[in-house]
Write a protein that binds this ligand. Structure first.
Ligand code: SF4
Length: 469
């Protein structure tokens, strides 16, 4: 068997896509290996979100060129493929700048990899970045139960791809294309297969996941809320999450799912990007600050223990100090349990990149430091508020210390507990006894291990309001 190494950059959607490519290729021709040195096929599954993403790929390709030379000296033909959003955005340019590359394949075309590889073996270089008419998901193969088990007790499932929102800073609508949703029945079948292989927690993913509009059994479009209600009936999966959402697509059916489904975890990543209406309009976010806060209120009314995390961009073109203070104010108003925050950096081809009123780097850096300080204080208060409470923890893997296992709280915090490794894959009630910088520590109530049925936590979100700072 030939050897395959896949290196994944970026978000969970790329991790999911890497698994699908691996499942497709390991079905008959390849075995997966963890390092690139002995590989016969290396796939770089790239991400275009972060700054200088393409340059990072080119420098990785420089290292791979040496591996290809070594392989040739040993009489092997190492095939190199670049997949993902950088492949989509750069296309043929990748092969022109890095002749070591044999295949450039966009995110919508992974299912064609066996055909593309056959063409390369006949001596061709291939670029496939069209948006195909056939459904990629119909052509990809489900993971073998053994592969699913090896990946652990949590799993991602793509339910939607692409985005129609066109925020002025974002490349996703250009690299991933228009919104496409998978039919409900196919998602249910995939989640059922994961459950049978031992997965206990499923995160539904999509670039704009709550714009989901897949077909239901009667051929009508289903919302994400309806999909979650259907998935909650699948035996064996105890927990669901979904990411990443747009505030404008948080409809009543989804809010009702938060109210009605104990298995839907009380933690939601709901990016706001800025607290200033002026900047939100310039970003084409299609919602105001008040509308965002109204969504937060409605979710809290439906699920009082819910906690929120967010994304922020500071130093968007034209952002004034007053705009930035509106962002600091929304951090205090929502009391986020955590957030990802970044300095604005222009993405070629997006409208905001061409604006003349770019913010100086030192101003961006200073604002980012202030925002991160504010978020860190909120996150610290949230975590401290967990001390003394009991959470249901899904145990995922051994801890760093002998005799320790690590799981996740309903709020996705890592929880370290001294307990037998036989607990991995189970949900147990843990009393939180300590709060570290990145983890919670707790003790197990061993009599409360559960095997299957989801249980309500019976807690309110700790320190969600009025924590000061
Ligand atoms: S909604 Fe999200 S994915 Fe879509 S354009 Fe805006 S930031 Fe990008």
């Amino acid at each position: 068997m030939r050897k395959l190494h896949v290196k994944s950059y970026g978000c969970q959607m790329n991790v999911y896509d890497s698994h699908r490519m691996t499942d497709l290729l390991t079905r008959d021709s390849y075995v997966e290996i963890a390092t690139p040195e002995d590989a016969d096929l290396i796939i770089l599954n790239t991400c275009h979100i972060r700054e200088k993403a393409a340059e990072k790929v080119y420098s990785e390709l420089g290292r791979i060129r040496k591996l290809k030379q070594d392989a040739a000296l040993a009489g092997r033909n190492l095939i190199v493929a670049v997949a993902g959003c950088v492949a989509q955005a750069e296309g043929e340019e990748i092969i022109r700048r890095a002749p070591v590359v044999d295949i450039v394949v966009g995110p919508q075309n992974y299912h064609r990899l066996p055909t593309l590889l056959a063409r390369v073996e006949r001596g061709a270089k291939v670029v496939d970045t069209e948006f195909p008419v056939e459904d990629k998901f119909d052509r990809l193969v489900p993971a073998a139960a053994s592969a699913t088990r090896a990946r652990g007790v949590t799993a991602f499932v793509t339910v939607q791809e692409g985005c129609d929102k066109f925020c002025t800073f974002c490349v996703v609508p250009y690299t991933r294309g228009a919104e496409v949703s998978r039919p409900v029945a196919k998602i249910v079948a995939e989640v059922d297969g994961l459950a049978r292989a031992g997965v206990r927690e499923v995160t539904l993913i999509g670039q704009n996941v709550n714009a989901y509009h897949g077909e239901d059994a009667k051929g009508r479009p289903a919302t994400l809320g309806h999909l979650l209600h259907r998935l909650a009936e699948v035996p064996g999966v105890n927990r669901f999450r979904y990411t990443t959402s747009h505030p404008g697509d948080m409809d009543e059916s989804l809010i009702a799912a938060h109210r009605d489904l104990p298995a839907l975890m009380p933690q939601l990543h709901l990016p706001v990007q800025s607290g200033s209406d002026r900047i939100l309009a310039a970003m084409n976010r299609r919602h105001t600050r008040a509308e965002y806060l109204d969504v937060i209120d409605r979710l809290r009314a439906a699920r009082p223990d819910i906690a929120f995390t967010s994304d922020f961009i500071v130093g968007f073109p034209g952002e004034t100090e007053e705009d930035f203070r509106d962002t600091l104010r929304i951090v205090d108003e929502v009391c986020y349990a955590g957030a990802f925050s970044f300095k604005y950096s222009p993405r070629p081809g997006t409208p905001a990149a061409d604006r003349a009123d770019q913010i100086a780097e030192d101003v961006k850096a200073e604002r980012l430091a202030r925002l991160q300080d504010s978020v860190d204080r909120r996150q610290g208060a949230f975590n401290q508020g967990c001390a003394g409470r009991s959470f249901e923890v899904l145990f995922e893997k051994p801890g760093r210390l002998p005799g320790q296992v690590v799981g996740r709280s309903p709020y996705l915090q890592p929880v370290q507990v001294m307990a037998p490794s036989s607990l991995i894959g189970d949900i147990a009630t843990v009393r939180i006894t300590g709060v570290g910088s990145n983890s919670l520590f707790g003790t197990l109530r061993s009599s409360e291990i559960q095997d299957s049925e989801p249980q309500e936590t019976g807690i309110r979100a700790p320190a969600l309001a009025g924590t000061g700072g």
